[in-house]
Design a protein around this ligand. Structure first.
Ligand code: GLU
Length: 271
């Protein structure tokens, strides 16, 4: 009796341990368990860099439903990072992030870096480390052509402004237009769909992203110019100096040899 109980316990322990091991094996996180290696060494050992990008942001990171590929400025920059760090632009894996999920996904170890229209801000520097600036945007407003809204001054009490959760735009607009009502959405597709279906009077985010929406639907236009500075940076987990240095070196090289301009000219018409 005693012996069989012991055996049962042993069996249960064995099963629990195997399940735990199986779960570890299935873990597809970017960071490996080998914590003695820094992030750059882990990427090199894995021979692949996992980058968080937008999937719904035309011109920067947009999933092409036909090919299944993600395309845009941030995607091309990421491929060149892979080329510089691992010698092959194909050694990159993309994972979808939104403005709200990108920092948690990075700090969770799901991704090695964020290349996703992300502004370098003092607030965010408390949570992640940033590369040098790789693109300059500024916040603006998108409205339907013919709208009475011509700029910030027209965002009055009762005006509904649409923004995306986790973006600097959602924070800035409350400061710049304190009387307006701000409605927040999960991502840019949802926000633009809401604008088109009349759920709001204006949509606010970076001019660079709004140009992508105009590209998609020319019935909409940017108004009022830009009212903030949004310098984009590549974010990595805090304390990964080697990786930040490698990214900065890669950006520098891309700028020097013309690859950066080529990518910029391909995607960005205004600016
Ligand atoms: N650049 C702004 C930000 O980092 C807006 C774009 C975005 O939501 O990614 O929050």
């Amino acid at each position: 009796m005693f012996k069989s109980k012991k055996r049962k316990l042993g069996l249960i322990l064995f099963l629990a341990l195997s399940m735990l091991l199986a779960a570890c094996g299935k873990d597809e996180k970017a960071s490996t368990t080998n914590s003695s290696k820094n992030a750059l060494e882990q990427i090199k050992e894995r021979d692949k860099i996992v980058i968080g990008v937008k999937y719904d942001t035309r011109l920067f990171g947009l999933k092409n439903p036909t090919s299944g590929e993600v395309e845009g400025f941030d995607i091309d920059i990421s491929k060149q990072l892979a080329k510089e760090i691992l010698g092959d632009e194909k050694k990159v894996e993309f994972k979808e992030v939104t403005s709200k999920t990108r920092i948690p996904m990075l700090n969770n170890g799901d991704i090695d870096a964020i290349v996703a229209t992300m502004t370098i801000s003092e607030e965010r520097k408390k949570e992640v480390d940033f590369s040098d600036v790789y693109f300059d945007a500024g916040q603006s407003l998108l409205v339907k052509k013919g709208s009475p809204i011509k700029g910030l001054q027209d965002l009055k009490k009762g005006t509904k402004v649409l923004a995306v959760k986790g973006s600097t735009s959602a924070i800035n607009i409350r400061e710049k237009a304190p009387d307006a009502t701000v409605l927040e959405y999960e991502n840019y597709t949802e926000a633009f769909t809401a604008l088109k279906s009349g759920q709001g009077d204006a949509l606010t985010t970076d001019d660079s992203i709004l140009y992508g929406m105009v590209d998609q639907d020319p019935n909409y236009q940017l108004v009022g110019g830009t009212f903030t500075e949004e310098p984009y940076g590549i974010a990595v987990k805090k304390g990964n100096k080697e990786l930040v240095d490698a990214i900065n070196n890669a950006l520098k090289k891309m700028k020097e040899d013309g690859r950066y301009d080529e990518i910029k000219n391909k995607w960005i018409k205004t600016n």
